[in-house]
Design a protein around this ligand. Sequence first.
Ligand code: FAD
Length: 459
Amino acid sequence: MRKRVVVVGGGITGLTAAYYLKKEQSHNIDLTLIEATNRLGGKIDTMRKDGFTIERGPDSFLERKTDAKQLVEDLGLDDELVRNATGQAFILSHDRLHPIPKGSKMGIPLEWKPFLQSSLFTPRGKIAAFNDLVKGRSNEHGDQSVGLFFRRRLGNEVVDRLIHPLISGIYAGDIDYLSLQATFPHFKDVEQNHRSLIKGLRKASQNETKQQKQGQFLTLKSGLQPIVNQLEKEIGEQNILLNSKVTHVEKKNDSYLLRVDHQEEPIEADFVIMTTPHRITEKIFSQYDFMHHFTEAKSTSVANVALAFEKDAIDNLPHGTGFVVSRKERYRITACTWTHKKWPHTTPDGHILVRAYVGKPGDEEVLDKTDEQIESIVLKDLQTIMEINKPPLFKVVSRWYDAMPQYTVGHMDRLIELEGKLSEHLPNIFLAGASYRGVGLPDCMKQAKAVIQQIKQKI
Ligand code: FAD
């Protein structure tokens, strides 16, 4: 008998789930993807303007996490892949750009000389980092915060000035609340296996040196949008409902009824894949108490500004590809990419494209400012380190409210508990997406594929 599968949410998770389901199982399923807005892609939103390619959300994916590259290949788009140009990355601290010490991995110093010569740390901060070499393993058995783990091993300075800004670039959160188990379980394993994080990572990195010379991120020549467009084509217009907000799901015998805003008749399904952010999912299932115990912290709201310039507008543009901002600084920008250098294909010759980021826990109200106010906040911060002598040709401000889920300590335990309750009370309802097992595009795709495997076993 044919089974009805409904995917709720048309971001990358929902699209990937619908695509692989159709590809692998189309003979015995009826598929519907329901998306609240008038467009697919969710956080992926590529814009083209005056010859520039501007990503309003994600700009690339990590090659190392293979699900994204695999999807691009499956979609036949691999000829379009481009790799980021590598270059020096910096930390903005005390009104200066400090090169990230060569050989450091996620801020953990693996080469002595560049670390000792770094202008980013005080001598006391450097000595504190070497404690890692002599300190014993932590006997923390459960989860702990990323901040606690690294502070114990490497001291506060390396954490606040280097590790925090790098990790915030991915999670837009406070590492003193972020779960180590949900984000970097690997570092705990290294510590447990080798006692010293530095020694363990040095050992592992000896085999990686060759790979690291090239960029580790990929996108397509015309941005990430073609992935969304191709997924839409493969899933089929007839299987997609846009402008349809799911408001409520209820169980009816062995199936589910989905209420959609402005539609009288509910949609019936045997399997439902929920890919909406968890805060939305818990409202859709508001009658189930267990849905409300999962998320502890609010997702962080972030914004970014793409600024296009003529080449002569900035005199002393530093070399390299961009910077992140050290913790406890007065700046409101959190990071900045010289996009025309990192991704040359995005920018017409003779121009500069800068992308600056704002919004962090404690400074989310910046999103409520006007575009002009956000632009001037960003320009003021940028002028500390570069001379901008002509206004930008144009700006594109993108606001993402409640966009970055916060995996706080205990996240994985809460997730396992939630999944257990779900299979007990709501079998055949599946959760996938950035709220759960990784925020990066490949993580979202991996979760989508895992759910499809579970459904395949049940059909
Ligand atoms: P979403 O993209 O949020 O999709 C959820 C979808 O559900 C949306 O389309 C929404 O409209 C829809 N929806 C919501 N409510 C309902 C409802 N009631 N009914 C029906 N539909 C509904 N990751 C990387 O790997 N690389 C990067 O460079 C990168 N940069 C980023 C930059 C920014 C500014 C942001 C915000 C994120 C970035 N990320 C990056 C993370 C990554 O983009 C996201 O985690 C990922 O795109 C989330 O995909 P998703 O499908 O889980 O959720």
